[in-house]
Design a protein around this ligand. Structure first.
Ligand code: AIR
Length: 181
């Protein structure tokens, strides 16, 4: 079957193996969802984005999951807004770990999506991150992968050290500005 057109890495024989499948319910979700892919990419993790809706195109969701199983994708991320059942439907169809990313929008600014994603029945877990928490969805996928792939653990260590430097520098600069007033 053809690789997703949304995949950042082209499907050549040299392309890194896709480890994370990111499904999202609408093309309108992409400005947030692309941050998941970019964070994974910064950690050296190949992923692909597939636009497929649990309600509008459930057949496409299941076809992708079947391909993901065959291609040995390791972690799945389901992103959706409003009646956000995508991650839950994915979790009902796979044994792979599923992360849910609820998206804002709609009359409840994402609270509807958060509850639709997180309130799963016992036995069908979805590890749900914050509304629009694209970075944490990627970081959680990376932590899961790091259990099996030491190079991803190293990449996470490096990223944490870099983040610590950035945080301390920002704090120092903010305090220096205050005292200069
Ligand atoms: N959605 C699509 N199918 C099922 C759901 N819950 C979500 C999308 C999007 C929102 O509905 O993930 O966040 C609105 O979709 P659209 O395409 O009308 O912008």
């Amino acid at each position: 079957m053809k690789k997703s057109a949304d995949s950042k890495k082209t499907a050549s024989k040299d392309a890194p193996k896709v480890m994370v499948g990111i499904l999202t319910g609408s093309p309108n979700d992409l400005p947030t969802v692309v941050k998941v892919r970019d964070t994974l990419s910064d950690l050296g993790i190949a992923s692909e984005i597939v636009v497929a809706s649990a309600h509008r195109t459930p057949d496409k969701v299941f076809a992708y999951l079947d391909r993901a199983h065959k291609e040995d994708v390791q972690v799945l991320i389901g992103c959706a807004g409003v009646a956000a059942h995508l991650a839950g439907v994915i979790a009902g169809h796979t044994r792979l770990p599923v992360i849910g990313l609820p998206l804002s929008g709609g009359i409840m600014s994402g609270l509807d999506a958060l509850l639709s994603t997180v309130q799963m029945p016992p036995g069908v877990p979805v590890a749900t991150v914050a509304v629009d928490g694209a970075k944490n969805a990627a970081m959680l996928a990376a932590r899961i992968l790091a259990l099996k792939f030491p190079e991803i653990n190293d990449a996470l260590d490096k990223a944490a050290k870099k983040e610590r430097v950035r945080y301390d520098q920002t704090a120092d600069e903010a305090l220096a500005k205050l005292t200069a007033k």
